[in-house]
Ligand binder design. Structure first.
Ligand SMILES: N[C@@H](CCC(=O)N[C@@H](CS)C(=O)NCC(=O)O)C(=O)O
Length: 207
């Protein structure tokens, strides 16, 4: 199995999950925003053949290609059920897990990605500087909603570490790096989960 990724981007979620799951893999670093002629570029034709959007992550295993970080997380969770990355609870508990995953993608990370797009990812003529204030407003609304969605336990769902914890910790780390206002209890969540041995091993791989 090969994971194509770039540093602390969304591919880090998958790298961390691979380390939590203890599955064998090769990590292939990819460069964003470099000349397409660079063999390591996400715009190189060889990489575009794997991931038509020229984005990371990509997971390749035989004929299987996955190009969405959360699909990769579900896949790894299913490959390694004993890891607990994908909770095996009753339908209601699973539904709460799925709800949280959807919330992180649809509500919490979107303002962060809006900032990224309007600061560096979009072609300059499509960037709107006023978006940055809107993104801050949307992020604070999502954080308030999250306070109501999360239980008070050590982990996001039930009483065990799962990939929902990876998503939350990675997304708050992203928010901190992008200088959003992150409440102290979510900085603490990020610190606690990034202190896990698997997170540290993943971090060492991209350093
Ligand atoms: N929904 C995708 C988003 C993937 C994505 O946008 N990745 C960013 C890095 S975090 C990327 O590769 N961007 C390419 C670019 O900005 O040129 C996922 O969660 O995997």
């Amino acid at each position: 199995m090969k994971l194509y990724g770039m540093q602390q981007s969304r591919s880090f979620r998958c790298l961390w999950a691979l380390e939590e799951a203890g599955l064998p893999y090769d990590y292939v670093p990819v460069k964003l925003r470099t000349e397409a002629t660079d063999p390591a570029s996400a715009q190189h034709p060889d990489y575009l053949a794997l991931n038509i959007q020229g984005k990371v992550p990509t997971l390749e295993e035989g004929d299987l290609l996955l190009t969405e970080s959360v699909a990769i997380l579900y896949y790894l969770g299913r490959l390694a059920p004993e890891s607990g990355l994908l909770p095996q609870g009753d339908p209601a508990q699973r539904a709460k897990f799925d709800e949280l995953v959807a919330f992180v993608l649809a509500e919490l990370e979107q303002p962060l990605w809006s900032k990224g797009k309007h600061v560096f990812a979009l072609p300059e003529e499509w960037r709107i500087p006023q978006m940055l204030e809107t993104a801050k407003f949307e992020f604070s609304k999502a954080v308030n909603a999250l306070d109501h969605l999360l239980s008070c336990s050590e982990y996001a769902v039930a009483d065990r570490f799962s990939f929902a914890d990876i998503l939350l910790a990675h997304t708050f780390n992203w928010a901190i790096r992008f200088e959003f206002d992150v409440p102290a209890h979510y900085v603490e969540l990020r610190d606690r989960h990034y202190d896990r041995p698997a997170a540290k091993r993943a971090m060492a791989i991209i350093s």
